[in-house]
Ligand binder design. Structure first.
Ligand code: GRF
Length: 194
């Protein structure tokens, strides 16, 4: 299964996926990594010899123009699945229309709990005893698509945003690899959402 992975930050989840794809028995490989900025996580692509591209958000005068540039950058790689793994940017409708349903996103909460860009902070602020990690199929909403996998993660006394996020990420990585494998083997069927 040909993957394009999109990031914005450190790319620790990307790195975990690259490592998993290194296993010849794993039925997917990352053909390219993209970012909306000069993300530090792009070094993981370099290290694994995977091509990368940047479509810098500030260079475009609209979300739609940025989206069109992103699609132009993705298209040549002919991905079977596009994975948003720490992309901190909402995709314009046109991009979702072009890529869905073969477009998934990882999220550090037990969706539909705590959608949005500050899921870990929001769970802490809510005093939740547990939160989670999720992988969803991306639709036009914010973290609102069909849940493909999700798992509870405990919140521990004294947790900070970073200790809780650090506990969530390994679960996210495992769920993401499971979903990728599921799509590759046909166990998971991604279909046009109604
Ligand atoms: C992940 O938890 C992802 O779900 C969230 O931001 C984090 C990205 O971490 N959107 P990294 O860049 O993979 O380290």
């Amino acid at each position: 299964l040909r993957l394009v992975v999109l990031i914005s930050g450190g790319g620790s989840n990307l790195r975990a996926l690259l490592e998993r794809c290194d296993d010849p028995a794993f039925p997917a490989h990352v053909v390219a990594v993209g970012a909306d900025r000069d993300a530090t996580g792009l070094v993981h692509a370099d290290e694994f010899g995977v091509p990368s591209f940047v479509t810098p958000w500030p260079q475009y005068d609209s979300r739609e123009a940025w989206g069109d540039a992103l699609l132009e950058a993705i298209r040549p790689w002919a991905p079977d699945l596009v994975v948003l793994s720490g992309l901190m940017r909402l995709l314009p409708e046109g991009v979702v229309d072009a890529l869905a349903p073969r477009l998934v996103n990882t999220h550090p909460a037990y969706l539909p709990e705590f959608p949005g860009a500050h899921a870990v902070r929001d769970a802490l602020a809510a005093g939740a005893a547990e939160t989670g990690a999720s992988v969803i199929a991306v639709d036009h909403g914010v973290d609102s698509g069909p849940v493909l996998a999700r798992e509870r993660v405990p919140v521990l006394p004294g947790d900070t945003e970073s200790t809780l996020h650090a506990r969530i990420k390994p679960v996210e990585r495992r769920l993401l690899a499971d979903v990728v494998e599921g799509v590759a083997t046909g166990r998971i069927q991604l279909k046009e959402s109604a």
